[in-house]
Design a protein around this ligand. Structure first.
Ligand code: COA
Length: 139
């Protein structure tokens, strides 16, 4: 099984390549700024799985003092269906619970709804929620 540990700053470009392959990049998000901010903040991190030094999975996670949140969960196409996504989510859950989180939330873009099946397989339930947001610059 691939080793899962925090992303190192010099692995930034590999993580972005993975997110590109996984279709997670959005024109309004700056992934380099997202990575730098997540690694700089003590209550957030990016867990990464490596296979022979290559980044093959990631999850950006953060604890906001109330809940834990997941972002940028991705597994390389070459490694999907092998249990790596489950292993990354399990490691992310352990990290967030260690920070003090008692619930975890994540948002799924409507056009990516099929990933809900993955989360259901891991015990996640769909909430009866309307997600709203307001933008202040990029991010
Ligand atoms: C979602 C993703 C991370 C899953 O990674 P993965 O390594 O292929 O998943 P795993 O092999 O660990 O699968 C874990 C379980 O979920 C199940 N599963 C995976 N995708 C599923 C789906 N679409 N529907 C139903 N079940 C699914 C697997 O069958 C497996 O079940 P099991 O453990 O009982 O055998 C991967 O498909 C991915 O990177 N997708 C693109 C990026 C993305 O959409 N990220 C989420 C943004 S919200």
């Amino acid at each position: 099984m691939a080793k899962i540990a925090p992303l190192a700053p010099d692995e930034t470009e590999q993580a972005i390549d993975l997110w590109d392959e996984a279709n997670l990049l959005q024109p309004w998000n700056d992934p380099r700024a997202d990575i730098a901010a997540a690694l700089a903040c003590p209550s957030s991190t990016i867990l990464a799985a490596r296979d022979g030094g290559r980044i093959v999975g990631t999850a950006m996670i953060g604890y906001d003092g109330h809940r834990g949140w997941f972002y940028y969960l991705a597994v390389a196409r070459s490694h999907r269906g092998t249990g790596l996504g489950r292993a990354i989510v399990t490691a992310a859950e352990q990290w967030l619970v260690g920070q003090g989180a008692s619930t975890i939330r994540l948002m799924i873009r409507a056009e990516n709804e099929q990933v809900a099946g993955f989360y259901r397989a891991l015990g996640y339930e769909q909430g009866n929620l309307i997600v709203m947001g307001k933008r202040f610059g990029q991010g």
